[in-house]
Design a protein around this ligand. Structure first.
Ligand SMILES: CC(C)(COP(=O)(O)OP(=O)(O)OC[C@H]1O[C@@H](n2cnc3c(N)ncnc32)[C@H](O)[C@@H]1OP(=O)(O)O)[C@@H](O)C(=O)NCCC(=O)NCCS
Length: 160
């Protein structure tokens, strides 16, 4: 996929410091990512799952001092659509537009690969997550009963 790590010093916002960037995740980011994960989800991914994604160029981190957020985009099983696997932001930095920026980068990345649709599943109980996706142009496309061991999934999609 697109070598996003070849431009690691591109600034995220013109009004942010030069140290603010979105880049591909590397092994040394994993402990900070797991910390964010543990504060963000009732059933967090363990570190080995994140490590398994390190060869995925769609595994991105937002860095400002440390890692403040991450997103993982890959390909749906049918290979025709992109799939947002997960996105989370450090609890001290919510509502600062970080997840929106990460999502924008994920979408730019998969568009470069020729995808024109991005899909995701979000817990039915995760209203904040659904509102975030609505704000970013996603629409509900379905529901999968008991997709999670303790919850249903709302399937959302966005043409890109
Ligand atoms: C969902 C999440 C990723 C959003 O991250 P964020 O960086 O705070 O999001 P942004 O600042 O880009 O928010 C953009 C918009 O989304 C909506 N939004 C985000 N969080 C929201 C919340 N808690 N309640 C209501 N709307 C919310 C708002 O419209 C917001 O715009 P505004 O702040 O101008 O009102 C973050 O809350 C998080 O990490 N949650 C835990 C993990 C999770 O649920 N991930 C998504 C499912 S996999």
């Amino acid at each position: 996929m697109y070598p996003i790590n070849s431009k690691p010093h591109r600034s995220v916002n013109s009004n942010k410091s030069n140290d603010t960037m979105i880049r591909r995740a590397v092994i040394s980011d994993i402990s900070e990512i797991v910390e964010i994960e543990n504060c963000s989800f009732n059933v967090p991914w363990p570190d080995f799952l994140f490590k398994a994604h390190l060869n995925n160029p769609g595994f991105l981190v937002y860095v400002e001092g440390g890692v403040l957020g991450y997103a993982i985009v890959s390909v749906c099983d049918d290979k025709r659509k992109a799939h947002l696997q997960s996105i989370a932001v450090h609890r001290d930095h919510l509502r600062q537009g970080i997840a929106s920026k990460l999502l924008e980068w994920c979408i730019d990345l998969v568009k470069l690969y020729g995808f024109n649709k991005i899909m995701l599943e979000v817990r039915e109980m995760n209203i904040a997550g659904q509102l975030f996706y609505f704000k970013n142009g996603f629409r509900v496309e379905g529901k999968i009963e008991r997709y999670y061991f303790d919850d249903n999934a709302i399937v959302m999609g966005r043409d890109i």
